[in-house]
Ligand binder design. Structure first.
Ligand code: NAP
Length: 388
Protein backbone atom coordinates (compact mmCIF):
# COMPACT_ATOMS: atom_id res chain seq x y z
CA UNK A 1 0.00 0.00 0.00
CA UNK A 2 1.46 3.36 -0.92
CA UNK A 3 1.23 4.96 2.54
CA UNK A 4 4.21 7.28 2.71
CA UNK A 5 5.29 10.56 4.25
CA UNK A 6 3.92 13.47 2.31
CA UNK A 7 5.81 16.79 2.15
CA UNK A 8 2.69 18.90 2.76
CA UNK A 9 0.83 16.72 5.25
CA UNK A 10 1.62 15.38 8.71
CA UNK A 11 2.10 11.69 9.41
CA UNK A 12 1.81 8.86 6.91
CA UNK A 13 -0.75 9.43 4.25
CA UNK A 14 -1.89 7.68 1.12
CA UNK A 15 -0.02 9.22 -1.78
CA UNK A 16 -0.67 7.71 -5.18
CA UNK A 17 1.76 7.50 -8.00
CA UNK A 18 1.35 10.97 -9.43
CA UNK A 19 0.43 10.86 -13.06
CA UNK A 20 -0.52 13.78 -15.19
CA UNK A 21 -2.85 12.26 -17.74
CA UNK A 22 -2.64 13.18 -21.39
CA UNK A 23 -5.96 14.42 -22.67
CA UNK A 24 -7.22 12.57 -25.71
CA UNK A 25 -6.89 14.38 -29.04
CA UNK A 26 -9.98 14.40 -31.13
CA UNK A 27 -10.74 15.42 -34.64
CA UNK A 28 -13.83 17.47 -35.22
CA UNK A 29 -15.99 16.08 -38.01
CA UNK A 30 -18.69 18.65 -37.44
CA UNK A 31 -19.51 21.65 -35.34
CA UNK A 32 -21.25 19.75 -32.58
CA UNK A 33 -18.33 17.59 -31.68
CA UNK A 34 -15.86 20.45 -31.76
CA UNK A 35 -14.34 21.20 -28.40
CA UNK A 36 -12.00 23.78 -29.83
CA UNK A 37 -9.22 21.25 -30.00
CA UNK A 38 -6.77 23.38 -31.99
CA UNK A 39 -6.32 20.52 -34.44
CA UNK A 40 -5.53 22.03 -37.86
CA UNK A 41 -7.96 19.55 -39.49
CA UNK A 42 -10.77 21.02 -37.43
CA UNK A 43 -13.11 23.19 -39.46
CA UNK A 44 -14.23 25.11 -36.44
CA UNK A 45 -10.86 25.80 -34.92
CA UNK A 46 -9.53 27.01 -38.28
CA UNK A 47 -12.46 29.23 -39.07
CA UNK A 48 -13.63 30.97 -35.96
CA UNK A 49 -10.46 31.41 -33.99
CA UNK A 50 -10.83 35.16 -34.09
CA UNK A 51 -14.35 35.19 -32.80
CA UNK A 52 -13.89 32.81 -29.91
CA UNK A 53 -12.62 33.81 -26.56
CA UNK A 54 -9.60 31.56 -27.01
CA UNK A 55 -6.97 31.30 -24.30
CA UNK A 56 -4.38 33.04 -26.47
CA UNK A 57 -6.70 36.03 -26.86
CA UNK A 58 -7.52 36.31 -23.20
CA UNK A 59 -5.69 38.74 -21.05
CA UNK A 60 -3.50 36.58 -18.80
CA UNK A 61 -4.49 36.64 -15.11
CA UNK A 62 -0.98 37.77 -14.25
CA UNK A 63 2.18 38.53 -16.15
CA UNK A 64 4.30 35.57 -17.26
CA UNK A 65 1.42 33.12 -17.12
CA UNK A 66 0.92 30.54 -19.85
CA UNK A 67 -2.45 29.36 -21.03
CA UNK A 68 -3.17 25.87 -22.28
CA UNK A 69 -4.84 25.83 -25.67
CA UNK A 70 -7.30 23.19 -24.57
CA UNK A 71 -10.73 23.82 -23.22
CA UNK A 72 -12.00 21.18 -20.87
CA UNK A 73 -15.65 20.44 -20.36
CA UNK A 74 -15.17 20.48 -16.61
CA UNK A 75 -12.52 21.26 -14.06
CA UNK A 76 -12.97 19.77 -10.59
CA UNK A 77 -10.95 21.49 -7.87
CA UNK A 78 -10.35 19.36 -4.78
CA UNK A 79 -9.71 15.64 -4.38
CA UNK A 80 -11.96 14.76 -1.43
CA UNK A 81 -15.08 12.60 -1.59
CA UNK A 82 -17.05 15.38 -3.34
CA UNK A 83 -14.36 16.03 -5.95
CA UNK A 84 -13.79 12.35 -6.75
CA UNK A 85 -17.50 11.67 -6.97
CA UNK A 86 -17.88 14.63 -9.36
CA UNK A 87 -14.94 13.36 -11.41
CA UNK A 88 -16.37 9.83 -11.66
CA UNK A 89 -19.81 11.10 -12.72
CA UNK A 90 -18.25 13.54 -15.19
CA UNK A 91 -16.29 10.73 -16.84
CA UNK A 92 -19.42 8.58 -17.00
CA UNK A 93 -21.10 11.50 -18.82
CA UNK A 94 -18.20 11.53 -21.33
CA UNK A 95 -17.07 14.96 -20.19
CA UNK A 96 -13.47 15.93 -20.83
CA UNK A 97 -12.51 16.57 -17.21
CA UNK A 98 -9.44 17.29 -15.11
CA UNK A 99 -9.31 17.08 -11.32
CA UNK A 100 -6.87 19.40 -9.54
CA UNK A 101 -5.67 18.65 -6.01
CA UNK A 102 -2.93 20.43 -4.10
CA UNK A 103 -2.12 17.68 -1.59
CA UNK A 104 -2.84 14.01 -1.27
CA UNK A 105 -6.17 12.56 -2.45
CA UNK A 106 -8.90 12.25 0.17
CA UNK A 107 -9.06 15.65 1.87
CA UNK A 108 -10.37 15.70 5.47
CA UNK A 109 -11.33 12.04 5.12
CA UNK A 110 -7.66 11.02 5.39
CA UNK A 111 -7.59 12.54 8.89
CA UNK A 112 -10.35 10.20 10.12
CA UNK A 113 -9.22 7.07 11.92
CA UNK A 114 -12.33 5.05 11.32
CA UNK A 115 -15.37 5.60 9.14
CA UNK A 116 -18.45 3.57 9.95
CA UNK A 117 -21.27 5.47 8.28
CA UNK A 118 -20.50 5.29 4.57
CA UNK A 119 -23.30 3.12 3.22
CA UNK A 120 -22.17 -0.29 2.07
CA UNK A 121 -18.89 -0.05 3.95
CA UNK A 122 -19.37 -1.07 7.56
CA UNK A 123 -15.93 -0.13 8.73
CA UNK A 124 -12.95 1.41 6.96
CA UNK A 125 -10.02 3.71 7.75
CA UNK A 126 -10.14 7.24 6.28
CA UNK A 127 -6.94 6.82 4.23
CA UNK A 128 -8.19 3.47 2.86
CA UNK A 129 -11.50 4.98 1.76
CA UNK A 130 -9.57 7.86 0.15
CA UNK A 131 -7.52 5.31 -1.77
CA UNK A 132 -10.69 3.58 -2.98
CA UNK A 133 -12.13 6.88 -4.25
CA UNK A 134 -8.88 7.60 -6.05
CA UNK A 135 -8.65 4.15 -7.62
CA UNK A 136 -12.29 4.32 -8.71
CA UNK A 137 -11.64 7.66 -10.48
CA UNK A 138 -8.49 6.25 -12.07
CA UNK A 139 -10.46 3.30 -13.41
CA UNK A 140 -12.62 5.77 -15.35
CA UNK A 141 -9.51 7.45 -16.75
CA UNK A 142 -10.05 10.74 -14.90
CA UNK A 143 -7.13 13.07 -15.57
CA UNK A 144 -5.65 14.29 -12.27
CA UNK A 145 -3.06 16.96 -11.65
CA UNK A 146 -1.55 17.36 -8.21
CA UNK A 147 -1.06 21.11 -8.32
CA UNK A 148 -2.35 24.06 -6.32
CA UNK A 149 -4.96 26.36 -7.84
CA UNK A 150 -4.41 30.08 -7.24
CA UNK A 151 -7.42 31.69 -8.85
CA UNK A 152 -10.69 31.08 -10.64
CA UNK A 153 -11.60 33.75 -13.15
CA UNK A 154 -15.21 33.40 -14.27
CA UNK A 155 -15.94 34.16 -17.93
CA UNK A 156 -18.97 34.29 -20.18
CA UNK A 157 -17.94 31.52 -22.58
CA UNK A 158 -15.72 29.57 -20.23
CA UNK A 159 -14.11 29.89 -16.83
CA UNK A 160 -10.32 30.08 -16.34
CA UNK A 161 -8.38 28.40 -13.55
CA UNK A 162 -4.84 29.56 -12.83
CA UNK A 163 -2.39 27.10 -11.28
CA UNK A 164 0.56 27.89 -9.03
CA UNK A 165 3.03 27.50 -11.90
CA UNK A 166 1.15 30.12 -13.92
CA UNK A 167 -0.62 27.69 -16.24
CA UNK A 168 -4.18 28.69 -17.06
CA UNK A 169 -6.72 25.96 -17.81
CA UNK A 170 -10.13 26.77 -19.25
CA UNK A 171 -13.40 24.91 -18.92
CA UNK A 172 -17.08 25.43 -19.55
CA UNK A 173 -17.90 24.34 -16.00
CA UNK A 174 -15.90 24.42 -12.77
CA UNK A 175 -16.78 22.36 -9.71
CA UNK A 176 -15.21 23.67 -6.53
CA UNK A 177 -14.75 21.07 -3.79
CA UNK A 178 -12.12 22.54 -1.50
CA UNK A 179 -13.82 21.56 1.79
CA UNK A 180 -12.71 23.04 5.09
CA UNK A 181 -9.77 23.19 7.49
CA UNK A 182 -9.59 22.56 11.24
CA UNK A 183 -10.67 25.54 13.35
CA UNK A 184 -8.16 26.83 15.88
CA UNK A 185 -8.68 27.70 19.54
CA UNK A 186 -6.38 30.72 19.36
CA UNK A 187 -5.07 30.26 22.90
CA UNK A 188 -1.48 30.71 24.12
CA UNK A 189 0.70 27.69 23.33
CA UNK A 190 -1.47 26.39 20.47
CA UNK A 191 0.77 27.66 17.67
CA UNK A 192 3.99 27.52 19.67
CA UNK A 193 3.69 23.78 20.44
CA UNK A 194 2.01 22.68 17.21
CA UNK A 195 3.80 19.51 16.10
CA UNK A 196 5.37 19.12 19.55
CA UNK A 197 2.27 17.89 21.36
CA UNK A 198 -0.47 19.99 19.77
CA UNK A 199 -2.24 18.26 16.87
CA UNK A 200 -5.38 18.43 14.73
CA UNK A 201 -5.11 14.83 13.47
CA UNK A 202 -5.33 11.74 15.69
CA UNK A 203 -4.64 9.37 12.79
CA UNK A 204 -1.44 11.21 11.91
CA UNK A 205 -0.05 11.78 15.41
CA UNK A 206 -1.87 9.42 17.79
CA UNK A 207 0.85 6.81 17.46
CA UNK A 208 3.30 9.13 19.23
CA UNK A 209 1.09 9.03 22.34
CA UNK A 210 1.01 5.28 22.98
CA UNK A 211 0.57 4.67 26.73
CA UNK A 212 0.59 8.41 27.36
CA UNK A 213 -2.04 10.90 28.46
CA UNK A 214 -3.82 13.12 25.95
CA UNK A 215 -6.38 15.90 26.15
CA UNK A 216 -9.00 16.23 23.41
CA UNK A 217 -10.84 19.53 23.03
CA UNK A 218 -14.35 19.63 21.53
CA UNK A 219 -17.72 17.94 21.78
CA UNK A 220 -18.76 17.15 18.20
CA UNK A 221 -18.49 13.99 16.09
CA UNK A 222 -14.81 14.63 15.36
CA UNK A 223 -13.82 15.05 19.02
CA UNK A 224 -15.82 11.97 20.02
CA UNK A 225 -14.55 9.75 17.18
CA UNK A 226 -10.95 10.80 17.65
CA UNK A 227 -11.15 10.37 21.45
CA UNK A 228 -12.28 6.78 20.87
CA UNK A 229 -9.46 6.28 18.38
CA UNK A 230 -6.90 7.74 20.81
CA UNK A 231 -8.24 5.61 23.67
CA UNK A 232 -6.94 2.55 21.79
CA UNK A 233 -3.41 3.94 21.95
CA UNK A 234 -3.16 6.23 24.97
CA UNK A 235 -3.36 5.21 28.61
CA UNK A 236 -5.76 8.09 29.44
CA UNK A 237 -7.88 10.50 27.40
CA UNK A 238 -9.45 13.65 28.88
CA UNK A 239 -12.20 15.07 26.72
CA UNK A 240 -12.67 18.76 27.54
CA UNK A 241 -16.04 20.14 26.46
CA UNK A 242 -17.47 23.59 27.08
CA UNK A 243 -21.04 22.40 27.79
CA UNK A 244 -22.71 19.66 29.86
CA UNK A 245 -23.71 17.51 26.89
CA UNK A 246 -21.91 16.45 23.75
CA UNK A 247 -22.95 17.58 20.30
CA UNK A 248 -21.72 14.25 18.90
CA UNK A 249 -24.20 11.62 17.65
CA UNK A 250 -25.88 9.40 20.26
CA UNK A 251 -24.00 6.28 19.25
CA UNK A 252 -20.67 8.03 19.77
CA UNK A 253 -21.85 9.46 23.11
CA UNK A 254 -22.70 5.94 24.28
CA UNK A 255 -19.31 4.66 23.23
CA UNK A 256 -17.56 7.53 25.04
CA UNK A 257 -19.49 6.67 28.21
CA UNK A 258 -18.58 3.01 27.90
CA UNK A 259 -14.86 3.64 27.31
CA UNK A 260 -13.15 3.53 30.69
CA UNK A 261 -10.01 5.26 29.40
CA UNK A 262 -11.99 8.44 28.54
CA UNK A 263 -12.95 10.97 31.21
CA UNK A 264 -15.01 13.96 30.15
CA UNK A 265 -14.25 17.31 31.77
CA UNK A 266 -17.61 19.06 31.39
CA UNK A 267 -18.43 22.79 31.17
CA UNK A 268 -14.80 23.66 30.68
CA UNK A 269 -12.77 25.69 28.22
CA UNK A 270 -9.02 25.51 27.62
CA UNK A 271 -7.13 28.69 28.48
CA UNK A 272 -3.50 27.87 27.74
CA UNK A 273 -1.26 24.99 26.65
CA UNK A 274 1.92 24.71 28.67
CA UNK A 275 5.23 22.98 27.89
CA UNK A 276 8.56 22.26 29.54
CA UNK A 277 11.86 23.90 28.60
CA UNK A 278 12.31 21.42 25.70
CA UNK A 279 8.99 22.52 24.18
CA UNK A 280 7.19 19.25 24.96
CA UNK A 281 3.57 19.76 26.12
CA UNK A 282 3.08 19.13 29.84
CA UNK A 283 -0.38 20.46 30.72
CA UNK A 284 -3.46 22.40 29.70
CA UNK A 285 -5.03 25.07 31.89
CA UNK A 286 -8.82 24.69 31.79
CA UNK A 287 -11.53 26.74 33.44
CA UNK A 288 -14.98 25.62 34.48
CA UNK A 289 -17.37 28.10 32.89
CA UNK A 290 -20.00 27.57 35.60
CA UNK A 291 -17.86 27.78 38.74
CA UNK A 292 -14.91 29.77 37.38
CA UNK A 293 -12.61 27.16 38.92
CA UNK A 294 -9.29 26.72 37.13
CA UNK A 295 -7.20 23.55 36.99
CA UNK A 296 -4.09 22.32 35.20
CA UNK A 297 -4.63 18.99 33.47
CA UNK A 298 -1.31 17.16 33.10
CA UNK A 299 -0.96 15.76 29.58
CA UNK A 300 1.54 14.76 26.91
CA UNK A 301 -0.54 15.94 23.99
CA UNK A 302 -3.49 18.13 23.03
CA UNK A 303 -5.79 17.21 20.14
CA UNK A 304 -8.10 19.99 18.98
CA UNK A 305 -11.39 19.17 17.21
CA UNK A 306 -13.63 22.21 17.47
CA UNK A 307 -15.07 22.19 13.97
CA UNK A 308 -13.66 23.63 10.82
CA UNK A 309 -13.84 26.66 8.61
CA UNK A 310 -14.68 26.58 4.92
CA UNK A 311 -11.77 26.83 2.46
CA UNK A 312 -13.34 29.64 0.46
CA UNK A 313 -10.24 31.50 -0.72
CA UNK A 314 -10.85 30.47 -4.34
CA UNK A 315 -14.49 31.53 -4.41
CA UNK A 316 -14.67 34.35 -6.98
CA UNK A 317 -15.96 37.77 -5.98
CA UNK A 318 -19.70 38.12 -6.37
CA UNK A 319 -20.54 34.51 -5.44
CA UNK A 320 -23.15 34.43 -2.68
CA UNK A 321 -21.88 33.18 0.70
CA UNK A 322 -23.52 33.05 4.13
CA UNK A 323 -22.20 34.87 7.21
CA UNK A 324 -19.94 31.91 8.10
CA UNK A 325 -18.29 31.85 4.68
CA UNK A 326 -20.13 28.83 3.24
CA UNK A 327 -21.24 29.15 -0.39
CA UNK A 328 -24.95 29.31 -1.09
CA UNK A 329 -26.02 27.22 -4.08
CA UNK A 330 -29.26 26.04 -5.65
CA UNK A 331 -30.40 22.41 -5.60
CA UNK A 332 -28.04 21.65 -8.51
CA UNK A 333 -25.09 22.90 -6.40
CA UNK A 334 -24.74 25.80 -8.88
CA UNK A 335 -23.61 29.16 -7.49
CA UNK A 336 -24.78 32.59 -8.53
CA UNK A 337 -22.27 32.32 -11.43
CA UNK A 338 -23.58 30.03 -14.23
CA UNK A 339 -21.32 27.02 -14.74
CA UNK A 340 -19.63 27.38 -11.35
CA UNK A 341 -20.65 24.69 -8.86
CA UNK A 342 -19.71 24.29 -5.20
CA UNK A 343 -19.97 20.95 -3.43
CA UNK A 344 -19.08 19.21 -0.17
CA UNK A 345 -18.14 20.95 3.05
CA UNK A 346 -17.70 24.34 1.37
CA UNK A 347 -21.40 24.46 0.47
CA UNK A 348 -23.99 25.75 2.92
CA UNK A 349 -26.04 22.79 4.12
CA UNK A 350 -27.54 21.07 7.15
CA UNK A 351 -24.96 18.30 7.71
CA UNK A 352 -21.40 17.63 6.65
CA UNK A 353 -20.72 13.98 5.94
CA UNK A 354 -18.65 12.03 3.44
CA UNK A 355 -21.79 10.57 1.91
CA UNK A 356 -23.25 14.07 1.46
CA UNK A 357 -20.09 15.37 -0.19
CA UNK A 358 -20.18 12.38 -2.56
CA UNK A 359 -23.84 13.03 -3.27
CA UNK A 360 -23.12 16.71 -3.99
CA UNK A 361 -20.42 15.60 -6.43
CA UNK A 362 -22.93 13.48 -8.32
CA UNK A 363 -25.54 16.28 -8.43
CA UNK A 364 -23.06 18.91 -9.59
CA UNK A 365 -21.45 16.71 -12.26
CA UNK A 366 -24.83 15.75 -13.75
CA UNK A 367 -26.02 19.35 -13.72
CA UNK A 368 -22.70 20.58 -15.10
CA UNK A 369 -22.80 18.00 -17.91
CA UNK A 370 -26.20 19.34 -18.94
CA UNK A 371 -24.86 22.92 -18.75
CA UNK A 372 -21.80 22.02 -20.85
CA UNK A 373 -23.86 20.31 -23.56
CA UNK A 374 -26.07 23.40 -23.85
CA UNK A 375 -23.04 25.69 -23.83
CA UNK A 376 -21.33 23.71 -26.59
CA UNK A 377 -24.48 23.60 -28.66
CA UNK A 378 -24.66 27.41 -28.53
CA UNK A 379 -20.95 27.70 -29.36
CA UNK A 380 -21.29 25.27 -32.25
CA UNK A 381 -24.31 27.11 -33.61
CA UNK A 382 -22.39 30.38 -33.51
CA UNK A 383 -19.42 28.70 -35.21
CA UNK A 384 -21.64 27.29 -37.96
CA UNK A 385 -23.11 30.71 -38.62
CA UNK A 386 -19.60 32.12 -38.94
CA UNK A 387 -18.45 29.44 -41.37
CA UNK A 388 -21.55 29.63 -43.58
P1 NAP B 1 -18.75 20.50 15.17
O1 NAP B 1 -19.83 19.50 14.97
O2 NAP B 1 -18.95 21.88 14.72
O3 NAP B 1 -18.39 20.47 16.71
C1 NAP B 1 -17.44 21.36 17.23
C2 NAP B 1 -17.39 21.15 18.72
O4 NAP B 1 -16.36 21.97 19.24
C3 NAP B 1 -18.69 21.50 19.42
O5 NAP B 1 -18.96 20.58 20.42
C4 NAP B 1 -18.39 22.89 19.98
O6 NAP B 1 -19.06 23.13 21.19
C5 NAP B 1 -16.90 22.83 20.24
N1 NAP B 1 -16.26 24.13 20.09
C6 NAP B 1 -16.38 25.00 19.06
N2 NAP B 1 -15.61 26.09 19.27
C7 NAP B 1 -15.02 25.91 20.47
C8 NAP B 1 -14.10 26.68 21.22
N3 NAP B 1 -13.64 27.86 20.80
N4 NAP B 1 -13.69 26.20 22.41
C9 NAP B 1 -14.13 24.99 22.84
N5 NAP B 1 -14.99 24.21 22.17
C10 NAP B 1 -15.42 24.66 20.99
O7 NAP B 1 -17.37 20.03 14.46
P2 NAP B 1 -16.83 18.59 14.09
O8 NAP B 1 -16.97 17.65 15.22
O9 NAP B 1 -15.47 18.79 13.52
O10 NAP B 1 -17.80 18.13 12.93
C11 NAP B 1 -17.94 18.96 11.78
C12 NAP B 1 -18.98 18.33 10.87
O11 NAP B 1 -18.48 17.09 10.35
C13 NAP B 1 -20.28 18.00 11.61
O12 NAP B 1 -21.35 18.20 10.73
C14 NAP B 1 -20.14 16.55 11.94
O13 NAP B 1 -21.36 15.86 12.07
C15 NAP B 1 -19.35 16.04 10.74
N6 NAP B 1 -18.56 14.85 11.10
C16 NAP B 1 -19.14 13.66 10.93
C17 NAP B 1 -18.46 12.52 11.28
C18 NAP B 1 -19.11 11.21 11.08
O14 NAP B 1 -20.31 11.18 10.91
N7 NAP B 1 -18.41 10.10 11.09
C19 NAP B 1 -17.16 12.60 11.78
C20 NAP B 1 -16.60 13.85 11.98
C21 NAP B 1 -17.31 14.98 11.64
P3 NAP B 1 -20.66 23.31 21.24
O15 NAP B 1 -21.23 21.93 21.10
O16 NAP B 1 -20.90 23.93 22.56
O17 NAP B 1 -21.00 24.22 20.10
Amino acid sequence: MPFVSHPKLPGKVYVPEIRIGTPKKHSCPDCFSCQHCGDDRCQVCRSDGEKRNTPSQRKPAKENTVSTSEIYDMIVIGGGPGGFSAGIYAMRAAMKTVLLEKGAPGGQMTLSGEIENYPGVEHIGGPELAMKFHEHAQAYGLEMRFQEVCEIEPGREHHSVRLEDGTVINAHAVILATGGSPRKLNIPGEDAYYGRGVSYCAVCDGFFFRNKTVVVIGGGDSAAEESLYLAKLAKQVYLVHRRDSLRASKILQQRIQAECKIDVIWNSIPLEIMADETGGVTSVAVQNVKTGERQNVATDGVFIFIGFKPNNALVPAGVRMNADGYVVTDDKCETSIPGLYVIGDLRQKYARQIVIAASDGCTAALAAAHYVENRKAVDAENACQLTS
